[in-house]
Design a protein around this ligand. Structure first.
Ligand code: GEK
Length: 244
């Protein structure tokens, strides 16, 4: 796995982008930066085994290098399914095709995978039993989030599931400060220097826009999901499951 050394260099005022430099070190970046990331991927596999029905579609929205796609492929226990893996970054989707093929021995799995270079706001969701937004919604314009979640819910069959993982903000400013500090300490323990942490934070300003857990749950309810629950929380990172 290539080591993420991107913010050892000064990016100036360049905002964070999902370019080739990022795609090359991405697994190391996520592993060291997102507390709970490995647990989110593991759960996606288990949830696929439980919720994916024969002859339905699954969507991995903002798939990056396809970690959630691989987990679903390995979890799905039913015939005739298709996973649609979507990412807007060419550097990600190109690498994703190779990584998924290497990790799973594709083709040869009973589930097909379509790799789509495109914006998740333009995807049509049909006959879905599982949709995954693993740390992706936080990069979508705030104004577009409600409509996207409504369309996602409409595309999920009764009894289907959405997995929504996000960085969040705490409504209590004191706790927010503490949780951000705990996250930064976690990154420093994972061998990012204080300077790398602060440069990355600046680069993500206005690019990654987190919301409160209550905002996410209210949006899920308004979108038409019948139930939702936070099943994972590690500092200021959560994963929510929502049932149609
Ligand atoms: C994982 N889910 O490993 N349309 C399509 N893709 C988008 C959009 C959009 N509007 N906005 C952002 N992306 C993955 C990790 S990373 C999380 C997801 C992170 C894509 C973007 O190109 C990137 O690949 C991904 O969403 C977010 O489970 O970097 O913190």
């Amino acid at each position: 796995m290539s080591e993420d050394t991107i913010y050892k260099a000064d990016p100036g005022s360049e905002p964070f982008r999902f370019d080739d430099k990022v795609a090359r070190v991405f697994p190391d970046m996520l592993r060291r930066s997102i507390p709970g990331y490995a647990a989110s991927i593991e759960a996606i596999g288990s949830l696929a085994a439980r919720y994916v029905r024969a002859g339905t579609n699954c969507y991995d929205l903002g798939c990056s290098l396809g970690a959630a796609t691989v987990a679903m492929l390995q979890g799905i226990d039913e015939p005739g399914c298709r996973i649609v893996a979507v990412d807007a970054a060419p550097a990600m989707i190109e690498r994703c095709k190779k990584v998924v093929a290497e990790d799973t021995g594709l083709p040869g799995f009973m589930t097909d995978v379509d790799f789509v270079l495109g914006d998740i706001r333009d995807v049509e969701f049909v006959n879905a039993s599982m949709i995954v937004l693993n740390y992706t919604l936080q990069f979508v314009d705030l104004d577009d989030r409600d409509a996207l979640l409504r369309r996602i819910c409409e595309g999920i069959n009764a009894g289907g599931i959405l997995v929504l993982s996000e960085k969040v903000v705490d409504e209590d400013p004191h706790m927010e400060e503490l949780l951000v500090d705990l996250h930064h300490e976690h990154k420093r323990r994972n061998n990012y220097s204080a300077l790398e942490v602060s440069r990355k934070r600046a680069a993500l300003e206005n690019v990654l826009v987190p919301e409160a857990v209550s905002t996410h749950r209210a949006r899920l309810q308004a979108a038409g999901f019948s139930h939702s629950a936070v099943w994972l929380r590690y500092f200021n990172f959560v994963s929510i499951i929502a049932l149609r």
